[in-house]
Design a protein around this ligand. Structure first.
Ligand code: FCB
Length: 480
């Protein structure tokens, strides 16, 4: 992998340069001759990601039941200007157009999620065949275009009908039944499943801070129980998929583990980042990778620690085929003389960020995400299941969206991902968030993360400069 890179690329560019002279553009030649091109491994998977409630719309169609996000977004004051996912990108109807966008980019994978309440309108019980049929159509359209479907089973749109939501242990069991059903019916054509997306968002942000659906602010003991039910759901689903899907089906999760970046790349700070990674992610990724809660977490939570039943931790630690990491922003850490051995470094007020208040820019986060997780837990394979940014996109008078800030963000992040690949870490692919602008949860439509601009009045999709740029990255399998 290491030095494949420039030499091999040099051979291919020679041909490219020749054909470029035959009439194509000059910038292409200049680029091809740039010695700093960073080539990714052969068969590296390039993709884009979306999620059901953020893009589908059609909330009342074909038997879909309501999710907690329908209720939440329709509750006054919960989302930016009362925005909802009622229509979103209308992907439920426009999915063939969306597959065409993917095709034009040249991606080989598409990560999207299934709306649980389209399949089981009440969360459990009778499945809704029309819901399943929709996803079969999407999958078939992708396959027809040689794009591999990567399915997330739960990206926060929990069926409203489930009593108690994630406060109830029964929800974890219901999730396993739903995972069993979907994998049984789709694994003839889908090889990769992610169980859950980002534990902290559907547990803490939803049941502790009240920022996300269902918008509760529970005390610590109850929050820890919700967290436990979240990771238990994941573990039960892994088992359910293994028991029901075709042999060879690959299973993982998509997790936004906090990524601790050493302030200086020296031994002591690297070690501090490693310690921070284990403790900082103790209720979630650490528990999943180790099949136990760390002593530190249990001590910190004391009597508020989750109630764990016999066998839970083994299920939670079910072996995975891959780990998916959603990576956006770094947390800087340094070595410290305390027993924990690390301290979080506070950001200065001048620290740069993108259009979302939480999105601080630190491109090396992509390298450290892969390295920390690999060094500690040695997963068989890793994917970046989300990375991207919001930007204040404007349309020029001649209809272009020149999102140079997003290109800057992506280019720098991919450079650091390249470093991880070239050092031999088992990074297999990258899904850019997002294919197109969509319903950004509590921020509604005020934050645009897409590489395609969406006019939400007409549903017109327009490639931004970043889409053009990503297409070139994919075509060259390299970043400049
Ligand atoms: C992640 C979510 C995704 C999107 C991006 C910006 O946390 O998984 O749905 O909102 O952030």
């Amino acid at each position: 992998m290491k030095n494949l890179t420039r030499r091999r690329f040099g051979v291919t560019v020679a041909g490219a340069a020749a054909s470029a002279f035959a009439g194509a553009s000059f910038p292409r030649i200049a680029f091809a001759q740039t010695p700093s091109l960073q080539q990714f491994p052969a068969n590296f998977l390039w993709g884009c990601a979306t999620a059901s409630y953020q893009v589908e719309g059609a909330v009342n169609e074909d038997g879909r039941g309501p999710s907690v996000w329908d209720t939440f977004s329709h509750t006054r004051g919960k989302t930016f200007q009362g925005d909802t996912g009622d229509v979103a990108d209308d992907s439920y109807h426009l999915y063939t157009e969306d597959v065409r966008l993917l095709k034009n980019l040249g991606v080989t994978g598409y990560r999207f999620s299934i709306s649980w309440s389209r399949i089981f309108p009440k969360g459990t019980g009778q499945p809704n065949e029309k819901g399943l049929a929709y996803y079969q159509r999407v999958v078939d359209e992708l396959l027809k275009n040689n794009i591999a479907p990567y399915i997330t089973l739960f990206h926060w749109d929990l069926p409203q009908a489930l009593p108690g939501g994630w406060q109830s242990r029964d929800t974890s069991k219901a999730f396993a039944d739903y995972a069993a059903y979907v994998s049984k019916h789709l694994s003839d054509r889908v090889q990769h499943f992610f169980t859950t997306n980002e534990f902290v968002c559907f547990t803490d942000l939803s049941y502790k801070n009240g920022q996300f659906a269902p918008g509760l602010k529970l005390p610590a003991a109850q929050v820890n129980q919700v967290r436990h039910h979240g990771i238990l759901a994941h573990g039960l689903a892994v088992q359910a998929i293994r028991a029901n899907a075709r042999t060879g089906t690959k299973i993982g999760l998509a997790e936004n583990a906090t990524v601790y970046v050493p302030v200086i790349e020296s031994r002591e700070h690297i070690e501090a980042a490693r310690r921070a990674t284990r403790e900082g992610n103790a209720p979630f990724l650490t528990a999943v990778m180790e099949g136990k809660y760390t002593d530190g977490y249990l001590e910190r939570e004391g009597t508020n620690a989750p109630k764990v039943e016999a066998g839970d931790m083994k299920l939670i630690g079910s072996p995975l085929d891959f780990v998916g990491l959603n990576v956006y922003t770094p947390e800087y850490v340094r070595a410290d003389a305390t027993p924990a051995g690390f301290a979080i470094v506070r950001r200065q007020t001048s620290y740069p960020r993108m259009a979302s208040s939480w999105l601080y820019i630190g491109p090396e986060v992509l390298y450290w995400a892969v390295r920390n997780v690999s060094d500690i837990w040695k997963p068989r394979a890793l994917y970046i299941t989300e990375n991207g940014c919001s930007a204040d996109d404007v349309i020029t008078t001649d209809g272009r969206i020149e999102d140079t800030d997003r290109v800057m963000y992506l280019r720098n992040h991919l450079t650091h991902l390249h470093r991880a690949a070239s050092e031999g870490y088992p990074i297999k692919g990258y899904f850019l968030w997002s294919l197109m602008d969509n319903f950004e949860w509590a921020d509604g439509y005020s934050k645009r993360f897409g590489i395609h601009y969406v006019d939400f009045k007409t549903q017109k999709r327009t490639p931004k400069l970043s889409a053009e740029w990503y297409r070139e990255v994919i075509a060259r399998n390299a970043v400049e």
